[in-house]
Design a protein around this ligand. Sequence first.
Ligand SMILES: C[S@@+](CC[C@H](N)C(=O)[O-])C[C@H]1O[C@@H](n2cnc3c(N)ncnc32)[C@H](O)[C@@H]1O
Length: 379
Amino acid sequence: MQVSNEGVQGLLDALVDRLIEQGFVRTPRVEQAFRAIPRHLFVPGVPLEKAYSEEAIVTRRNPEGLPTSSSSMPAIMAAMIEQLDVQSGQRVLEIGAGTGYNAALLAYLVGLEGRVATVEIDADVADEARDHLRQAGFPQVRVVTDDGWFGSPEDGPFDRIEATVGVWDLSPRWVEQLHAGGVLVAPLWLRSGLQAAVALRKENSHLRSESVEPCGFMRLRGPGKGPEEYVTVGEWSIAVDEVSSSSLQVLREILQTAPRVEEAPTLPRGWQTYFRLDEPEAVSLTRNEDWRHGLIGVFDPEARSLAGVEGRPGAQNSRVVVFGGGHALSRLKEALARVVELELRRLRIHAFPRGVSAAPRPQRWVVERPHFTFVIENP
Ligand SMILES: C[S@@+](CC[C@H](N)C(=O)[O-])C[C@H]1O[C@@H](n2cnc3c(N)ncnc32)[C@H](O)[C@@H]1O
């Protein structure tokens, strides 16, 4: 299909208008950047309607069919670029070049006085990103083929670092390569599939969040990848923090049995976030054919029991679904009695290098990772 330049600009403008309306694009500078850069140049061969839709566009899959590279959802890209608060003249590092589209937006924002480097682990993806960036008029962006877990010391130090791939921990190299007062934005896996894009400002002894946004990213690959996984069991995809083969085997077995169903209690807004942070045995499952259809609940491998509150698109009432024995159901009920309303965007997250002690604070959860301890507050 041949579409005129005006036609393409119309599709792009309509997408940006929607991003503004939905509150993802918030500042005139980010709006200008989005209006100036045609997304279709970064996803050649994709129909224009799709290139200018809100969808993530998968560009590579592994032999199992799971996505390994994509152009992320424009809404999440916009929200994270707003979080990053890029100023002209700055030096910016991106982890995960993918198609190069996000790097082009960053290059527009820093202008010719600034510099953008982006690191991509797959050589062929990096080659394509270079081509796209050249064709879109951003040949100055340096695309480095390497493992982004180590940053890019020869291009730093940086004022801003953005990971566009999901992480389980922060790389100490990123923090070393970030100027004092600089901002790092990363999609951080908190617990049992709960991910959040966290903007962290580097202070003296630690990093402190300035904003938190909901997100869902594919995982970082290489040695920096954590033990967390999405595991497929039959029709379910299960988010697990640590894979233990014996408990997975129990899950496989009980998910094949017929579930019992009962009515769920009325729950406060954002209960899923509170629950996953607060309940050590929390588990989240989504149906492979529709990620909006899932269960969040408790799994007790010893008691061979799983109970979860079901979320179904378009469903009026929630239900509790129980597989195996009743132990997980009692535990779920106790945990649900504790949940309070929680807005993910209001969380405050502190990242302390391991070994630096964190002062006790009220209403907090602590997530320990090999390099950083994350203290999460619900103010
Ligand atoms: C969601 S895509 C990034 C989207 C991209 N910023 C864009 O605008 O198209 C994630 C990318 O991270 C890359 N990636 C995964 N692990 C990586 C690593 N350790 N270092 C660098 N890149 C990595 C993947 O190959 C993939 O291209």
